[in-house]
Design a protein around this ligand. Structure first.
Ligand code: OAD
Length: 237
């Protein structure tokens, strides 16, 4: 379904009590943050396993730190777009709302969203590999500490964060909205199954079909910055 005929009568037909939104790189694309799967397995010119795996960190911690420092600097050049802002409005207007994101940027926070599960970690945090202490990145990690502190990012082969909370909210929601994710990476891609088991209405918003599109009750194709505010308007009238 295109944007033109996307009136789903959401508010009129349903009275949702428990809304869960899952976001991926597509929601931040229009803010200027590149998505992952359109770069031929390279991330800013690097092989993804070199900069996003425990193996890559062990092999070359300074490359990994420099890579994430550049990603952090990029955060200063971007701002939340209307899709991030609309989700903040939805949270303010809902009794029960959970936002799950695969994104490591801070655009949801900067849009004002409060309850966010960053399942793949956060660019703005670093973790002590000995104690597990997590803190906000305030200044560059000095090279002597490069092995002690790592970006608090979930790398390939590692456990995602907040899984208990995420299973609990997706299994009890009555509306599940998935925005701008290719649905290629599990467990995020599989969360729609939890929602469906609870008979939630499931809506996918993306530029194009994904491999899990057929699981959703509604698929709306268009840019997140246009589609998300329209869906939120239907839910908050
Ligand atoms: P992908 O890069 O795999 O997919 C981005 C999705 O966003 C695609 O389906 C695009 O069609 C869609 N898209 C792009 N621009 C859009 C727009 N303006 N409006 C709506 N949709 C748009 O990103 P993710 O699915 O988020 O993990 O990738 C999941 C995980 O894979 C990432 O979190 C990352 C990566 O490995 C880690 O870094 C741990």
């Amino acid at each position: 379904m295109g944007i033109q005929n996307m009136n789903l009568d959401l508010k009129q037909k349903y009275n949702f009590k428990n809304i869960v939104v899952l976001t991926g790189a597509g929601i931040s694309a229009e803010s200027g943050i590149k998505t992952f799967r359109d770069q031929n397995g390279l991330w800013e010119g690097h092989n993804i396993t070199d900069v996003a795996s425990p193996f890559g960190f062990e092999k070359n911690p300074s490359l990994v730190h420099e890579f994430y420092n550049l990603r952090r600097e990029q955060l200063f050049e971007v701002s939340p777009n209307p899709a991030h802002l609309a989700l903040e409005k939805l949270e303010r207007n809902c009794d029960s709302f959970h936002l799950i994101t695969q994104n490591v940027d801070d655009l949801h926070e900067r849009a004002g969203s409060k309850k966010i599960y960053h399942m793949h970690g956060e660019l703005r945090k670093i973790k002590n590999i000995q104690t597990g202490e997590v803190k906000y990145f305030e200044e560059q990690v000095p090279p002597k500490d490069y092995i002690l502190w790592r970006p608090d990012i979930v790398w390939f082969g590692e456990q995602v964060k907040y899984m208990d909370e995420i299973i609990s909210c997706t299994s009890s929601c009555d509306l599940f909205i998935c925005i701008g994710t290719s649905n290629n990476v599990y467990p995020a891609a599989g969360l729609v199954h939890n929602a469906k088991k609870n008979s939630a209405v499931c809506i996918e918003l993306n530029l194009e079909e994904t491999q899990l599109s057929s699981l959703y009750d509604h698929n709306i194709y268009g840019a997140a910055s246009e589609v998300v505010p329209k869906i939120v308007a239907q839910l908050t009238v």
